[in-house]
Design a binder for this molecule. Sequence first.
Ligand code: MLT
Length: 244
Amino acid sequence: LIRVETDLEGGREAGTRGDVVIVVDVLRFSSSVVVGLACGADAFIPVRTLAEARKLGKRNRRLILAGERNGVKPRGFHLGNSPTEFENANLKGKTIVITTTNGTAALESSRGARWLLVGSFINARAVSTAASRLSEDGNGISIILASRPGCIFLEDFLCTGMLVTNMADEDEKMNDEAIAARLAWASAENDFQEILMRSFHAVYLESIGYEQDVEFCLRKDVYDLVPHLKGDTIVRFQAGQRQV
Ligand code: MLT
């Protein structure tokens, strides 16, 4: 069974069911985490508040603080929540504390999940393959949209539709949201970048100077890398790995 959950309550339920969960926040949490690990960072520590991040940073000066509020890098942080910034930073061997508005909250909501993976357009094929494999022993798959409470972000919905399309067999059972996401992806697939450049969140990010990030995040299957939450940190998922 593949479910798409559009709010944090759905995320909590997915965690309680012990599903394989994919958190999708295309702009930009999921994409930033994929890029950070691809650039050699050892791990991310996701936290909910700026205060928690600053406290960890004070305790251990080697940690890199990254994140955003209203899209912008918080005061005193080393990096924003920007995949293009991550790409140009020296992250090799670093641990990054990250706090974002919706992405880290969505991740937090499904902590009980059997496996918690992070997905975006840039690692869509890799995350779909990993989730399909991890569900082979009968676990359900839930995709959690990290959109703002009370609405969905189109980039997360279309990316989710792409993941569902990658993972669903002919006779796969799905909830209505998963069927809708798949239908939306089928009609947008050929010009999804153009469509998504006009979406609410993309337009906002452009207005504060992050057009490059938007273009960067709207590319399919660039990284063969799947981040997953292990204990309190997000690290690379290795094929053949067993959850501890
Ligand atoms: C979030 O977690 O709310 C987003 O990643 C915000 C952003 O665009 O940086």
